[in-house]
Write a protein that binds this ligand. Structure first.
Ligand SMILES: Nc1ncnc2c1ncn2[C@@H]1O[C@H](COP(=O)(O)OP(=O)(O)OP(=O)(O)O)[C@@H](O)[C@H]1O
Length: 299
């Protein structure tokens, strides 16, 4: 697909330190594409820039991490303007899910080269907040909350592993009341993830087989233990793409999670608090640009 006009939103504070303006200029200068950039600041976020750009350009590209991509997704869902992605963050989960080249120059070349197509992917709504990737509760949420900017700057992806170990040591199980497509379950667990995407951002690993952003479903994954054997079984689950008794798994269109008290949870990259979280899939609402040979594995 070729675009006449594209606008690139750049988050200059995202994980990668690289000369993105120079990369863009080198690739786009002779491409015939009319291109422009906007830079996010603490006072002008990717969400506001993307909202403002709707109807003013053919393709809105975001250079940043998953937080910036989620913001642009929240701004663009339900409209006709597609989102392009140049991975610029620490983990870049969404770009891996969509098979986008991890190298920024290659990602710009993909957009400029035209061997692309627009697909429409699912998002979901948690209470009043739209999200792209997932909602995390329990130790997964604590882990993300504890992975601060300094840790990410110094250790990149390993930062998540470091804070995972820190949080595992302090983990205590929680009681979850789950209403999954109308069926009630009472479960104890150390972490609960409601995911739209399969990729966990580490190499090609995904939570379980067959989870992807076009399947029209949410996947609810509960981990009930954090002893070493359980963790190894979870690692095996991801490695061999099979379910294990340590991870309970449901596939649904909507789920309500009720807890005994308000807890902090992570909705994509943002921290929220509640004792009741109602989550619903929004099938095929966001247009994104991918390579023309990309195939999401659909059941
Ligand atoms: N100019 C800026 N200076 C500082 N922070 C910014 C600026 N522009 C955006 N932000 C903040 O950047 C955050 C989003 O970062 P993003 O997720 O894109 O990168 P990252 O943290 O490196 O990626 P990852 O989520 O993969 O670790 C948002 O919280 C947003 O408020």
């Amino acid at each position: 697909m070729h675009f006449k006009n594209i606008h690139i939103i750049i988050n200059p504070a995202s994980g990668k330190e690289e000369p993105i303006l120079s990369y863009l200029n080198t690739v786009l200068i002779d491409s015939g594409i009319h291109w422009d950039v906007s830079v996010t600041t603490p006072f002008r976020q990717a969400f506001d820039i993307a909202k403002w750009l709707i109807g003013k350009t053919d393709l809105i590209v975001i250079y940043g991490g998953d937080g910036s991509i989620a913001e642009v997704g929240r701004a663009l869902y339900g409209c006709d303007t597609p989102m392009g992605i140049i991975p610029g963050g620490t983990a870049n989960v969404m770009s891996k899910e969509l098979g986008i080249p991890q190298d920024a120059v290659d990602a710009v070349k993909l957009i400029a080269g035209g061997h692309t197509k627009v697909i429409t992917i699912d998002m979901a709504m948690a209470n009043q907040t739209p999200f792209l990737l997932r909602v995390n509760l329990g130790i997964m949420a604590d882990m993300i909350l504890q992975t601060n900017r300094d840790l990410k700057n110094n250790f990149g992806q390993l930062a998540y592993g470091i804070s995972a170990i820190q949080t595992l040591v302090q983990s205590a199980p929680m009681q979850y009341k789950l209403l999954i497509d109308g069926q009630e379950f009472n479960e104890e667990g150390v972490t609960l993830t409601v995911t739209n995407a399969g990729s966990i951002g580490f190499s090609d690993f995904s939570f379980l087989p067959d989870i992807n952003v076009t399947d029209g479903y949410l996947d609810v994954i509960l981990m009930n233990n954090t002893d070493l054997t359980s963790l190894l079984r979870v690692a095996g689950t991801m490695l061999f793409q099979t379910e294990s008794d340590v991870l309970k798994h449901w596939r649904c269109k909507q789920v309500t999670v009720t807890l005994n008290q308000p807890v902090s949870y992570i909705c994509d990259d943002t921290e929220q608090q509640s004792s009741v979280i109602s989550i619903k899939i929004m099938p095929r609402v966001l247009k994104v640009l991918v390579a023309d040979n990309y195939h999401a594995h659909v059941r």
